[in-house]
Structures are given as structure tokens and as C-alpha cells.
Design a protein around this ligand. Structure first.
Ligand code: SF4
Length: 382
């Protein structure tokens, strides 16, 4: 039987812009953002509503392709396509970051063609280092000034600290929700978590927290709702912002019990440390805390094996905590950022005794079916 709260999640997932449109009708400003490195705390601190820009794997692009190069990842093409059809007409502003070249191009195109009343592109260093964090802090100071100047609302340290606490609560609750996947069988399936993630990136943070608390409370008492399956899968890779790929992996006889993707744990995992100057905590968390292949982690003078340990030790923890015995490494076609990382992630996981399957897909639900045979064959190797 489906828990009541999961029906509510289905509704939000199916029409994720409903609440944002309501809030806008009440006079709130809705700010769209790309990627994991936009500090949402700034928006919350001045009562702006953050809204993650996502694409649609179910709707083939019909207009976006006129503007975005065909060798750009399907996610970016889809987002632009939806925007050109007016699906993002409720956004009052856009904040993006220089995370990958595709997102970079996307920001310029959005600003040029859709002319949002507010637009800012955050310069995020590509390397974690002392200087990188200092540079990023300066960039966040500029962003703070820019938002204050444009909206005429001061982002005080006190409001920023409160916003950090609120977003840290969301992060704690998401980690608690993911904890339900450690059970065998898990208390929540991969597609259900995917829907919760999409819903949580479509609502203001106080509403996200209320929703997450309800989900956790209701699901804690549902042991035995899901059948037992032996294969417990980690999905690592490019953005997945809809159910079909995760559903396909589970339909082939497994549970996706953990993800390392950007509409998932990568977005939520580390907290922001509350520091005397709150921007120090934000700069550290959003550059060093988010482990995404777009950011290089230098470890000079060490062997390749040491380097892999330095970069991927967190995966060892996930494998142990979530009792993972297989990993699907997926990339959206033309996502070089993740493609370059695959050989090292694969080698690291296989050294831990974890079987891996590499999949390249087209960010399209209908184009997933040919992958079924490969996933089924992979599941039979356990
Ligand atoms: S999927 Fe890859 S190319 Fe596309 S936005 Fe994400 S990192 Fe960039």
C-alpha cells in the first residue's frame, strides 16, 4: 500500500511549478538556479524563493535545439527547450554558476533570449585550494552586494545565519531520509527518493522541511512495504532529474539504495559550518564540500592510488553504510565533465570489490529501453 505522503509527493513531482506559481501570485519573487553551487541561503535570507531549473526526459526538445548546440548535454537542451515554450515564465530571476561549459553557455543564452529581470553568474574556481576558497569568498561577497543592490533588501549576517540553519535542517532531514535506504529491504525505493528530491527542489525550504519530516515519520513505520532484493546499487554520474532511469535499474531486479548525483546526495550532503563571518562557511561548503567532477582536488606528489583515495574515500563509506554491491556509472551524452571521471571512479570501486556498469544515455525516457538488456545482464553477474 502506498503511504499517504508519497501520494502528495507524486502530485508535486507531476506538477512541480504549482507552488512556485502560487507564491508568485502572492507577491513573492521566484529565482531559478542551475547546479549545486548557488548558495540558496542568500535567497532565503531576503525572502526570495529558490527554484531549481530542471529539464524533462519525457518531452523531446522541439524548440531548444534551434539555439543550443546539438553537442550540448540533453539536460541543458531540455531546460532551454522548456523555457522557450514558456514553462519557466514564472521565474523572476536566474542565478547560475560556472560549473561546466554547458551551464556557462546556458546562462548566456537565457540572459539574451529570456531577459530575466535579475541574472547573475557565479565564478566558481575549478580547484579546491586555500586560494580557491579565498577567491570564491570574494565572489560570494560580490553576489551578496549585487542581490542587495538589485532587490533593495539587506542580507544581514543574522538573517544569513538563520537561513544557513534552515537549509542545514533540510540537509539533516535528507540524510535521515536516505538512512531509510540502509534497511534491507530499504524503506523507500529509488524512484520514490527521486521524486522527493525533485519535489524538494521545487518548494521553499521551510515547506521542504515540513514535507521531509512527514515522509520520514510515515515511512519509519512501514517495514515490509517493499520486497527483498539482493542487488543494492549506487548510481553515480551526471544529472538525473526524473524517475525513468532509476525505475529501469530497479525493474531489472535491484534497489537503488544510494546516489552520487546532483539532484540527490551531492546537492544535500554536507552542512554549512556556522562561522563568525557566515560567508566563510558558505565558501568552504559550496566549493570544497560539494564533490563534483567539475572541481579538481589536487594532491601533489602522491601516487595515482593515493590520489584516488584522496578523491573517492567518501564512496568507500557509502559502500559500507548502504551495503552496496554494484554501481551504475551513468553519463548523459556529451557530459565530458563526468565522462572524464568515469575511469577513475570505476577503478576505485572495482578495487573495493564493487561491480560496475557504465551507461551513456540521451537524457530521454523513450531512448532508455535499449539499455534494459545490458542492465539485466549486469544484474545477473552478482
Ligand atoms: S550533465 Fe554534465 S554537461 Fe550537463 S550540466 Fe551536468 S555537468 Fe554539465
Amino acid at each position: 500500500m502506498k503511504a499517504e505522503i508519497l501520494k502528495r509527493i507524486d502530485e508535486i513531482y507531476e506538477k512541480r511549478d504549482t507552488r512556485a506559481r502560487e507564491l508568485r501570485a502572492e507577491g513573492k519573487k521566484i529565482i531559478g538556479y542551475f547546479c549545486c553551487q548557488v548558495p540558496l541561503e542568500y535567497l532565503t535570507a531576503v525572502d526570495l524563493v529558490p527554484y531549481r531549473i530542471l529539464g524533462s526526459v519525457s518531452e523531446p526538445p522541439t524548440q531548444g535545439d534551434f539555439y543550443v548546440e546539438s553537442v550540448t548535454c540533453g539536460y541543458i537542451r531540455s531546460c532551454f527547450d522548456l523555457a522557450s515554450k514558456g514553462r519557466y515564465d514564472f521565474l523572476d530571476g536566474l542565478i547560475s554558476c560556472r560549473s561546466c561549459q554547458g551551464i556557462e553557455i546556458s546562462f548566456d543564452l537565457w540572459r539574451y533570449y529570456f531577459r530575466p529581470e535579475y541574472a547573475y553568474n557565479i565564478d566558481v574556481p575549478h580547484k579546491v585550494s586555500e586560494w580557491g576558497i579565498k577567491f570564491f569568498k570574494e565572489e560570494l561577497i560580490d553576489l551578496r552586494r549585487d542581490i542587495e543592490g538589485f532587490y533593495g533588501r539587506k542580507i544581514t549576517d543574522e538573517a544569513l545565519r538563520e537561513a544557513i540553519e534552515l537549509h542545514n535542517s533540510s540537509r539533516r532531514l535528507v540524510r535521515e531520509l536516505y538512512g531509510l535506504r540502509k534497511e534491507d529491504p530499504p524503506l523507500i525505493s529509488g524512484p520514490e527518493v527521486m521524486k522527493v528530491m525533485v519535489a524538494s527542489m521545487s518548494l521553499p525550504p521551510d515547506e521542504v522541511n515540513g514535507l521531509l519530516k512527514r515522509i520520514i515519520d510515515e515511512l519509519k513505520g512501514t517495514k515490509g512495504r517493499l520486497e527483498k532484493r539482493d542487488n543494492r546499487i549506487l548510481v553515480w554520474g551526471s544529472i538525473i532529474d526524473a524517475v525513468p532511469l532509476v525505475q529501469l535499474i530497479e525493474d531489472c531486479g535491484s534497489y537503488v539504495v544510494m546516489d552520487d548525483t546532483c539532484v540527490g546526495s551531492r546537492f544535500y550532503w554536507p552542512d554549512v559550518e556556522i562561522t563568525e563571518d557566515p560567508i566563510d562557511g558558505l565558501a568552504k561548503r559550496y566549493l570544497d564540500g560539494i564533490v563534483c567532477p567539475r572541481t579538481f582536488r589536487d594532491n601533489p606528489g602522491r601516487s595515482h592510488k593515493d590520489d584516488l583515495e584522496h578523491r573517492f574515500a567518501y564512496l568507500k563509506e557509502l559502500v559500507k553504510d548502504y551495503k552496496i554491491n554494484g554501481a551504475v556509472l551513468e553519463i548523459t551524452r556529451y557530459c565530458d565533465t563526468h565522462g572524464w571521471e568515469v575511469p577513475d571512479v570505476k577503478s576505485y570501486l572495482e578495487d573495493l570489490g564493487i561491480q560496475t556498469l557504465f551507461l551513456e544515455h540521451d537524457y530521454s525516457a523513450v531512448a532508455l529501453e535499449p539499455l534494459r538488456t545490458r542492465i539485466e545482464a549486469f544484474m545477473e553477474t552478482f
